[in-house]
Design a protein around this ligand. Sequence first.
Ligand code: NDP
Length: 328
Amino acid sequence: MGTFQALVLNKIDDQTNLDVKQLTLDELPEGEVTIKVAYSSVNYKDGLVGIKNQMVKSYPLIPGIDLSGTIMESTDERYQEGDEVIVTSYKLGTGHSGGFSEVARVPAAWVVPLPEGLSLKEAMVLGTAGLTAALSVDKLENAGLKPEDGPILVAGATGGVGSIAVNILADRGYEVVASTGKANQEAYLKQLGAKEIIHRNEIVETEPQLAREKKWAAAIDPVGGKTLQYILTTLKYGGSVATCGLAGGVEVATTVIPFISRSINWLGIDSVMYPMDKRLKAWNRLGGDLKPSALNDEMVIEVTLAELPKVLRDILEGKVRGRTIVKL
Ligand code: NDP
């Protein structure tokens, strides 16, 4: 291969730019495995990296925290040319060039063999968002959650993590209540399996002392901030919330009261440093019993490298619905 295309974030004299460039293989970082990328996907974190330049360890950087593709070359004996693989997490797309590229080179320790039951495309419809939704459901169920316990609130429901969480929970028989800021997306959320839709404002405008009704058996929360405050106040006795994101803010005001009077569980979800043995199990479940039924329908749009800068801005403004994948 002579040259290939990638979206490159560079910084010269305090000025950053994000452009599609023609690169050669020797411009990629060190790593044991070189991959012909088939698909990448767009996550909120890619917006933080590409547009706000947060978490960028050095320039130039190819953003893209997710990729799937076929191995071109491997110096690690576990992997051979032609193997289909997924790479997400660790420093991919933040401290090491990532998936917005026709070719990527990564450490073998980051590679996940494509699980049975998923195509390279489906793996990126899921991507980090799907892994995070699956880890959230898994942790809630390990805390004892069962469909008969009552309604589950999913916040940021039209986003990537939110959409997949709604669909996985509904597929597993849970009664899902979806919270969204997009009033016109009721039909979409119902198609994913949500039973009821509530507007985000209902949540953020509820003063903690007024949120008396204890309705939720559990919640999955990619939003944080006031949304999480509301959830902590309104979980039922023994209920759990899986905190997995910060799209609405990082600060959360709470007291110890919900924990000591209602015995609620505040569960943290991290996909980035999630241990590889458990990560392989989670991906295998995403190709099996946790595979969302709506993966290839309404949930997905496909874009090119050249369209990415706009999509990255849109995702930071909460304008993107479901999952956006990048075809390389
Ligand atoms: P998306 O942008 O696809 O989804 C976020 C959704 O949150 C939006 O679509 C919107 O949904 C809602 N939202 C956006 N802005 C606000 C706001 N100001 N107030 C309330 N709600 C808002 O992002 P992702 O699904 O990729 O990621 C979601 C979050 O999860 C991010 O914070 C991300 O960093 C985090 N994350 C964490 C991971 C981990 O390992 N813990 C892994 C992956 C993601 P709606 O309009 O329906 O309300």
